[in-house]
Design a protein around this ligand. Sequence first.
Ligand code: UD1
Ligand code: MG
Length: 462
Amino acid sequence: MALDIVIMAAGKGTRMKSSLPKVLHRLAGRPLLAHVLTTTARLGEHHCWVITGHGAEAVESAIAGTGALAVRQIPQLGTGHAIAQVAPKLAENGTTLILNGDVPLIEAGTAQALAEACGGQHLALLTIKLDDATGYGRILRSGDADGGRVLGIVEHKDATAAQREITEVYTGMMAAPTALLKRWVAALNNQNAQGEYYLTDIVAMAVADGVPVVATHAHDDTEVLGVNSPLQLADLERRLQRRQAEALMEAGVRLADPARFDLRGTLATGRDVEIDISCVFEGAVTLGDEVRIGAHCVIRDAVIATGAVIYPFSHIEGAQVGAGALVGPFARLRPGAELGQDVHIGNFVEVKNSTLAKGAKANHLAYLGDATVGERVNFGAGSITANYDGANKHRTVIGDDVHIGSNCVLIAPLNIGDGGTVGGGSTVSKNTAPGELTVARGKQVSITGWKRPVKAAKTAKG
Ligand code: UD1
Ligand code: MG
């Protein structure tokens, strides 16, 4: 049977107080809407529609390429009006599953169960009991004697004091037989406290038409929580991060503190991985066996091999770190940094688009950009590759066993032959042959018997 999924995303999100449409605010590094689309992608064959309105262009470019199609709702006259806009597109004989772009953590299993509870025949509502139901639509049921059948939904603003005592609420997600849904939304009116076309009014219509209404339940409140404000967004972020942290710890990762851990992407881990507090992982990161990450590191799109140690406050992006390498504290690896086995990168060292072969070291205050560094090279404190001539980038190639002293400037393009030594303070712009010592700095002059000038005595005034 045909399945259409409609994701509501036209609302303004007034309480976010942001110029970014609400559904594009990020949770764990991805737009809220992207979370919902990832989940729906796991639900069998279907067509997916996103209702856009506020910030429609931005939302529509965010869904481009996902397979979901946008349907604009302008102006936004309520959730029922939103469904009326997409109704002509929905397959006549089937089920329509309605989700919300600002309820990002709905689980595929729960959405699937909701669609199945409808089965093209029943009106299925996803409900949950909340201690504080303020703002939500309340589920009205018949008396116990009647089996507690669902009779309707009353919006908070339209509810009587007694109805506001009801703790079972509508989560904003439902599944309906499509042909009936089309008929019901066409018959809605906006005679209510908000002057809106309420989708929730179709529940009473179903009851009047003798269509069974069933309620399915969310398995925890996190999956039905919506984001309306920065506070709610941050709350959901912590819940999601906690979940991710727990999954990693179950896989054996030792997190110093799961409350101070942030993963905004994917993290693949080997055995005996340790991660200290307040690290942020973004994009796709892989940590091999026995990798240790110190406190306060930010690591994005990186592969860190077995036994490597990243000391605190390091920033790594688009880099590969070899087995047993030591990086940091305060190191910066930029895109294209490839460190071989046992490489050492120390404090205030920046590496960009450079490969360092096995055992190479740059331990203090250095810049390696567009460089190929051989095995066992020692790159001294304060030394840099001058890779940019103001227009183009050039490469520096440093052979195996080279020793670059402190405070050297290697002006690329440049080749330092194997086993060469460059004396401290040198500015080198010509290739050197293997084994040579290169010194390129002002010659030292020491003058014996030289006298430092003495201050002239002040002449008396007048
Ligand atoms: C809605 C439900 C309420 C439920 C609550 C759960 C109705 C009338 N009420 O109330 O029973 O408890 O969700 O969170 O449905 N939207 C549009 N176009 C519109 C209006 C809204 O696309 O014209 C979208 C919003 O972007 C949002 C969703 O629909 O994603 C819900 O709209 P919202 O205004 O938040 O409804 P609530 O008042 O929260
Ligand atoms: Mg809402």
